[in-house]
Design a protein around this ligand. Structure first.
Ligand code: FES
Length: 190
């Protein structure tokens, strides 16, 4: 899908704003993700064309930073930490439980499109609340199977439209865009 005109204009503006075109790569990727929800190879090629840079450079940047999505993912992002301090407090068991509860493997999205989950071997910086996971940028600490059940139940709630009188009902609220700052290095549970 070609980029929308305003996005192309944004990228062209960015190309002029920085002394080095490479500095415009990250804001250009943000502009595309903001428009399309994720960044396809086709979109990366367009960015490259507008910035006058090799496509491989855009792809390398997009794949390095975990906040850029290269494929559609769930409405909610769950990242469970399995680094040593969390592991010592039962993170592996919690990750295995999460996998069973969601019915999909590490890195996959539930069939209803609600949740994409990952495990990470990088500390998420909340060891004091181990075992823990990050849910849409918020920490959920001291995990137990019961807490995981309750979090999943909350995330599976349908997106509620904004309150409005029936006669002038508002359009359905847009699902929250997933943006994660968690590292991409992940360990799959087998
Ligand atoms: S090791 Fe899990 S948050 Fe630090």
């Amino acid at each position: 899908m070609p980029l929308a005109k305003p996005t192309v204009e944004d990228i062209k503006d960015l190309a002029q704003r920085y002394p080095s075109k490479q500095s415009a790569i990250i804001p250009a990727l943000w502009a595309v993700q903001h428009e399309q929800g994720y960044v396809t190879k086709e979109a990366m090629a367009e960015i490259a064309e507008h910035l006058g840079l090799p496509s491989s450079l855009i792809e390398a940047t997009a794949s390095f930073y975990s906040m850029f999505l290269t494929k559609p993912e769930g409405r909610h992002d769950v990242v469970i930490c399995v680094n040593a301090p969390c592991m010592l407090r039962g993170a592996d068991e919690m990750a295995a439980y999460l996998q069973r509860a969601l019915g999909v493997r590490d890195g996959q999205t539930t069939p209803d499109g609600a949740i994409t989950w990952h495990s990470t071997i990088e500390c998420l910086g909340a060891c004091g609340g181990a075992p823990m996971m990050q849910v849409d940028h918020r920490f959920e600490e001291n995990l137990t199977e019961e807490r995981i059940d309750s979090i999943i139940e909350r995330l599976r709630q349908p997106v509620v439209a904004a309150t409005a009188p029936a006669a002038q009902a508002a359009p359905t609220a847009e699902a929250p865009k997933r943006k994660t700052a968690a590292p991409k290095r992940a360990r799959s549970e087998s």
